[in-house]
Design a protein around this ligand. Structure first.
Ligand SMILES: NC(=O)c1ccc[n+]([C@@H]2O[C@H](COP(=O)([O-])OP(=O)(O)OC[C@H]3O[C@@H](n4cnc5c(N)ncnc54)[C@H](O)[C@@H]3O)[C@@H](O)[C@H]2O)c1
Ligand SMILES: N[C@H](CO)Cc1c[nH]c[nH+]1
Ligand SMILES: [Zn+2]
Length: 447
């Protein structure tokens, strides 16, 4: 470990903008050498992440469970016979989890449930002299939730996807998560699945899990929509199966952008950056500040705090790869950069954070003030922590109840309405050259 943390510090907003707007295309991500070495040994060639995912999807489509077992052996080091977790394994796992953790999981579940109940929308019907128009809301039938488990088990992410699905009324929720080397799924994930009311759990991770849920195999049923975060292989696989199934907003490696002024505590800024950096070497910890003094103090704090972390290596790599401390002339410039970057998490460590909320245009979630750190959002605040990354916050939202619902439009026009709406419809049909359409109206109107 070096004596100072290597994180780029820029004092020029134009250079900061250029760094932030580098294309964050996962497809083009240069994989770390140790991952590439793993790929060479498994696939016998130096494949890109996209090429790896293409191969895995094709194999799962063709061979079903056999491919799932093979990739689980090669990638997760687990030899599996049965892919589905048996109900007694779930009960046994729950008994293994310490009671304070179970209590915290239930506490988080209740907070997530309460938040998402506020998002529920009802069907509606509007009646007037022309009849009735409206929409009925129906939950999806079967959804598949990917729960990451490569570098750390994520029971919280399972709750953040499955609880909103339950609130929406989804009929069947299945979960896929990678097994550990002993062939078991982390008891934490199984306990969370039980607490969230998940129906079935499968020991499959990575791109192979996404392919299994999209196309179905002998063991894993095909679903209508796949949700949940994951690493680069998971995200690329989801993008490829879209259309076969629906997918969510491609939540990938975590991003946190702090905007801080001179009032911010440098130790807390560093702690918040490191908290997200420890997720993944591809995570993005970024600080924009109006104070050159704070920038220097945060850099020193990063150096002081990093070595003591259990996941110092991952966090250090993330700081080198994607970390940035940028000094900007004023807060409007900071928000302008933040909106251009469209981070997953935008944290406002400002003297008056609420005064700036209107400036936020693009972010997965915004966290206001020192007592509202992003880590609370990760676990117990209530909104789903599964949020858009890779600039998709420009056009998409965190996981929410609507993701699990469909609208069916209802048209119930009466005789009077037909007389009023029909002639224009027939005219438009003829204009489009669709005379059978026009006749279907005209026959009813007796013309
Ligand atoms: N945006 C969010 O809401 C959110 C929430 C939680 C986690 N995350 C992110 O999820 C990610 C979790 O990643 P993870 O790796 O810990 O777990 P993961 O479960 O996403 O990935 C593990 C799987 O990746 C596959 N894999 C690993 N190396 C491979 C290789 N060389 N070739 C092909 N497949 C390979 C394996 O099948 C393994 O089972 C992190 O990036 C984290 O930041 C995001
Ligand atoms: N920060 C992650 C979302 O980007 C979610 C998470 C899960 N556990 C801890 N954190
Ligand atoms: Zn986190």
């Amino acid at each position: 470990m070096t004596s100072t943390v290597t994180v780029r510090v820029l004092h020029d907003p134009a250079a900061a903008r250029e760094f932030l707007l580098r294309r964050r295309r996962l497809e083009a991500t240069e994989l770390p050498e140790r991952v590439r070495a793993g790929i060479r040994s498994i696939f016998g060639a130096d494949l890109t992440a996209g090429e790896v995912v293409d191969r895995i999807i094709a194999d799962v489509r063709q061979e079903g469970d056999a491919a799932l077992r093979r990739y689980t052996r090669l990638l997760d080091g687990a030899e599996l016979d049965r892919l589905e977790v048996a109900p007694e394994e779930i009960a046994a796992a729950t008994a293994e989890v310490p009671s304070d953790v179970l209590e915290a999981l239930r506490f988080a579940r209740d907070r997530i449930d309460a938040f998402h109940r506020r998002q529920l929308r009802s069907s509606w019907m509007h009646f007037d002299e022309d009849g009735a128009l409206g929409q009925i809301i129906r939950p999806l039938e079967r959804v598949g939730i990917y729960t990451p488990g490569g570098r750390a088990p994520y029971p919280s992410s399972l709750l953040m996807s499955a609880v909103p699905a339950r609130v929406a009324g989804v009929e069947e929720i299945i979960v896929c998560a990678p097994p550990e080397r002993d062939g078991r799924i982390s008891p934490l994930i199984l306990a969370a699945a039980d607490i969230a009311g998940v129906d079935r759990v499968f020991k499959v991770g990575g791109a192979q899990a996404i392919a299994a849920m999209a196309y179905g195999t002998e063991s894993v049923p095909r679903v209508d929509k796949i949700l949940g975060p994951g690493n680069i292989f998971v995200v690329l696989a989801k993008r490829r199966v879209y259309g076969e199934v629906d997918i969510d907003q491609l939540p990938g490696p975590t991003e946190t952008l702090l905007i801080a002024d001179e009032s911010a505590d440098p130790a807390l800024c560093a702690a918040d950056l490191l908290a997200q950096a420890e997720h993944d070497p591809l995570a993005s910890p970024i600080l924009l500040t109006t104070s050159a003094q704070l920038a220097e103090a945060v850099k020193q704090e990063l150096t002081a705090q990093l070595p003591a972390l259990e996941r110092a290596e991952i966090a250090g790599e993330a700081l080198v790869n994607n970390g940035l401390i940028a000094v900007v002339p004023d807060l409007p410039t900071a928000f302008d950069l933040a909106n251009a970057y469209a981070p997953e998490h935008l944290c406002l460590l400002l003297a008056e954070p609420w005064a700036h909320l209107d400036r936020v245009r693009h972010a997965g979630g915004v966290f206001l003030g020192e007592s509202s750190p992003e880590v609370l959002g990760d676990y117990t605040a209530g909104p789903s922590h599964v949020m858009p990354t890779g600039q998709t916050a420009r056009f998409s939202s965190p996981i929410n109840v609507e993701e699990f619902l469909k609208i069916i439009s209802v048209v119930g026009i009466n005789r009077e309405g037909l007389k009023r709406l029909g002639p224009a419809a027939a005219t438009l049909a003829r204009a489009e050259g669709l005379t059978a359409h026009a006749r279907a109206i005209e026959r009813r109107l007796g013309s």
